[in-house]
Design a protein around this ligand. Structure first.
Ligand SMILES: NC(=O)c1ccc[n+]([C@@H]2O[C@H](COP(=O)([O-])OP(=O)(O)OC[C@H]3O[C@@H](n4cnc5c(N)ncnc54)[C@H](O)[C@@H]3O)[C@@H](O)[C@H]2O)c1
Length: 266
């Protein structure tokens, strides 16, 4: 069933549209009759490197030349390299995309934002790194990230988990900020668990990797997700129907959150 009124096409920006969850989201929206401006490193209408401030600015400029209204921003591009690049793209890239497109969102009569966080936001994180991100301090965040990689022993992973925790907290913190709520812009996130995409393919290709995933991110409810499972949630959160939902982090995680946090999350 379509999540939006197909008689009223909307304009969506989807980052990371070249693969996995972003590609499935763009496909669903196009299927529902909407205009999708895809953004990625290659093979999309807008090609931009969202890990840098210049790349974000170029993307915003290009989109402003294509449309005067954006109804939905889906900030989904990301890496899981267990390195400072995760911080640059998964946090600063996502937040920069949303902030940069705010003027175009304000022109919509039902503006929506959804960021792709992760159930990895529930994994251990580095508090100083999370604080640096929430303070908008790219330099300190990169320096902490490098130190974590140098420490070895899997500490580099904290770049990923911390960036996803920071983005989820940023959503909670900003959903009622005047620049969003004043323009009726809803701001939410999805937090996928294990999704079968090119990002997780190499990990699942080895027995050791599969075991690591089974321990770190089990999928008790109907197994690992397909990109389309996450896309359905993103399309709902950015549809006209979701106007009263704000500051939510919707776990699309095959039960991982309920398994690990139980009812102790209130
Ligand atoms: N696959 C999973 O299990 C899983 C779980 C939780 C969260 N996520 C998140 O979902 C999002 C999408 O991941 P996916 O699994 O579809 O991965 P994917 O690798 O299939 O797609 C990610 C896309 O982002 C693009 N991208 C990466 N760096 C970029 C940059 N600097 N500028 C512009 N585009 C860039 C890539 O080119 C790629 O097309 C990511 O934010 C990821 O962290 C994935």
């Amino acid at each position: 069933m379509p999540t939006t009124d197909v008689a009223a096409p909307r304009v969506y920006v989807v980052t990371g549209a070249g693969s996995g969850i972003g590609q499935a989201t763009a496909a669903q929206l196009i299927d529902e009759g909407h205009r999708v401006i895809g953004v990625d490193l290659k093979n999309t209408e807008v090609v931009a490197d969202l890990s840098t401030e210049d790349g974000i600015a170029a993307m915003v400029e290009e989109i402003a030349a294509l449309t005067s209204v954006v109804d939905g921003v889906i900030a989904n591009a990301g890496t899981s390299l267990q390195a400072p690049m995760d911080v640059a793209i998964d946090f600063f890239g996502a937040v920069g995309t949303v902030e940069g497109l705010l003027p175009l969102l304000r022109a919509s009569d039902a503006p929506r934002v959804c960021i792709t966080a992760s159930a990895a936001s529930l994994h251990p994180a580095n508090d100083d790194l999370v604080d640096a991100m929430l303070n908008g301090d790219r330099e300190t965040a990169a320096a902490i990230g490098e130190r974590l990689v140098a420490a070895g022993g899997g500490a580099g992973y904290l770049n990923y988990s911390s960036s996803k925790q920071a983005v989820a907290r940023w959503v909670r913190r900003n959903a009622l900020a005047e620049r969003f709520v004043g323009a009726g812009i809803t701001l939410n996130a999805v937090a996928p668990g294990l999704v079968l995409t090119p990002m997780t393919e190499p990990l699942l290709a080895t027995e050791e990797g599969r075991q690591q995933v089974e321990e770190g991110m089990p999928s008790p409810l109907n197994g690992p997700a397909r990109p389309e499972d996450v896309a359905a949630a993103i399309c709902f959160l950015t549809s006209t129907a979701a106007g009263k939902i704000g500051g939510q982090v919707l776990f699309v995680d095959s039960g991982y959150d309920a398994l690990t946090r139980g009812d102790d999350s209130w």
